[in-house]
Design a protein around this ligand. Structure first.
Ligand code: NAP
Length: 323
C-alpha cells in the first residue's frame, strides 16, 4: 500500500481507506457482522490504515465493529468518525440554524458516545456529518472542536461536505480551523477539481474522497434488472428510471475506455480518484473480500495517463440522486 499525507494532520495514510457505512447493517442491507469483521481484518492486514465511520451508521453499530477490528489488529489504524446532525437531516438544509443541528453540548456528547462505541480514548479525526456555510461564524462548532482537542478526546477535526456542494466548504477551510474535508469525488462528479481541491492544496487540508463508485453505479454492476434488498437505501438512490440512465452512462464509459470486461471498471474508478494530487485517501465501501482485493490493486498502479483522464472528463455527469 502506498501512503499519502493527510494534509496538516501529518498522518501517513494508505491511499486506499475503508468506508464503513455499508457494514452498519442499516440502510445498506445484507452485511453480517461476521463478514464485515472478516473484510475489516483483511483490509487492515493488507495495509489499510484509515477507516471512515460515523455514529449514525447503524446508530453506533459500524463504530463498534470498527473498534473491535482495530483492537484485534493491534496495529496503528486511524479512525475517522462523525457527529450526526441533531435534527437527523442530511444534507444540511438552508435556513436551519446550527442550534438545531450542532449545538455545543451535543457535539461533545456525540463524541463521547463515539469514544465508547469505538473503545478508544481519542478519536483521530472527528468530522461534522453535514455542513452549512451560514454557520461559519458561530461559536458552537468552533468551541466544540477546540474543547474536544484540548481535552484530548479528538486529535484532528474536519467536515463531511454536503452532497455535490464542494465549494460550500471553502470559506471554512480558509478559517484555518479544520484539518480535513470529506467530499464526493468520482468519475461522474468531478466538480471538486475546480475550486475545492486547489483550496485544499493551498491550505494543506487532507482530503477523503468518498463514494468513489457513485454508490455502486461505477462498478458496472447496476442495470435495469438490478434488485436491491428491501429497506436498502439504494432503492431510493436508484429509483424510477435511474438504473436505466446509469446503465446507459456506464456502457458508454466502458465502450470509450475500450475495457475488455465490465469488472475492469472499478479499478479505473479508483485510479481516477487517486490521480488527483489533492486526494489523500479514497474510502470505498466494501462489504466483500472480492471488492477489497480488487480495490487494493489500485494502490500499486499510480495515476491514470493524461489521455485517459481527458476522456473521463467527457463522462462527468452532474445530477443529485440523493434528493
Ligand atoms: N455524508 C457522508 O459523510 C457520507 C455519505 C456517503 C458515504 N460516505 C463514506 O464514504 C464511503 C464510501 O461510499 P459508499 O460506501 O456509500 O459508496 P461507494 O464506495 O461509492 O460504493 C460502494 C459499493 O461499491 C461496491 N464495490 C466496492 N468495490 C468494488 C469493486 N472493486 N468491484 C465491484 N464492486 C465494488 C460495494 O460492494 P460490496 O459492498 O458488496 O463489496 C458497494 O456496493 C462510505 O462507506 C462512508 O464511509 C460518507
Amino acid at each position: 500500500m502506498k501512503n499519502r499525507t493527510l494534509g496538516r494532520t501529518g498522518y501517513e495514510v494508505g491511499q486506499i481507506g475503508f468506508g464503513a457505512w455499508g457494514i452498519s447493517g442499516k440502510q445498506w442491507i445484507g452485511a453480517t457482522d461476521k463478514d464485515s469483521l472478516a473484510v475489516l481484518n483483511k483490509a487492515i492486514e493488507s495495509g489499510v490504515n484509515l477507516i471512515d465511520t460515523a455514529l449514525a451508521y447503524g446508530e453506533g453499530k459500524s463504530e463498534q465493529l470498527v473498534g473491535r477490528a482495530v483492537a484485534e489488529a493491534g496495529k496503528r489504524v486511524y479512525i475517522a468518525t462523525k457527529v450526526p446532525p441533531k435534527n437527523r437531516l442530511w444534507p444540511a438544509r438552508e435556513g436551519i440554524g446550527i442550534d438545531e443541528v450542532f449545538p455545543y453540548d451535543y457535539i461533545i456528547r456525540s463524541t463521547e458516545e463515539s469514544l465508547r462505541n469505538l473503545g478508544v480514548d481519542t478519536i483521530d479525526l472527528q468530522q461534522l456529518h453535514v455542513w452549512n456555510p451560514a454557520w461559519l461564524d458561530r461559536d458552537d462548532w468552533r468551541r466544540g472542536f477546540e474543547d474536544l482537542r484540548k481535552s484530548g478526546k479528538v486529535r484532528f477535526v474536519g467536515v463531511s461536505i454536503n452532497d455535490h456542494q464542494p465549494d460550500s466548504a471553502i470559506p471554512l477551510i480558509e478559517t484555518g480551523l479544520i484539518d480535513t474535508v470529506q467530499v464526493i469525488y468520482n468519475v461522474f462528479d468531478q466538480t471538486p477539481e475546480a475550486n475545492l481541491f486547489p483550496a485544499c492544496l493551498k491550505h494543506n487540508i487532507g482530503v477523503l474522497a468518498r463514494v468513489p463508485f457513485d454508490e455502486g453505479a461505477l462498478t458496472g454492476r447496476i442495470d435495469e434488472n438490478t434488485v436491491f434488498p428491501e429497506g436498502d437505501f439504494r432503492n431510493s438512490y436508484f429509483r424510477g428510471d435511474r438504473k436505466r440512465q446509469v446503465a446507459e452512462r456506464v456502457n458508454a464509459l466502458i465502450a470509450d475506455l475500450d475495457l475488455k470486461q465490465v469488472s475492469d471498471l472499478p479499478l479505473v474508478a479508483m485510479r481516477f480518484c487517486l490521480s488527483h494530487p489533492a486526494v489523500s485517501c479514497v474510502i470505498p465501501g466494501m462489504r466483500s473480500l472480492s471488492s477489497l482485493e480488487s480495490n487494493l490493486v489500485a494502490s500499486g498502479q499510480g495515476p491514470l495517463p493524461d489521455n485517459t483522464l481527458a476522456l473521463l472528463r467527457e463522462h462527468a455527469w452532474n445530477r443529485n440522486f440523493y434528493s
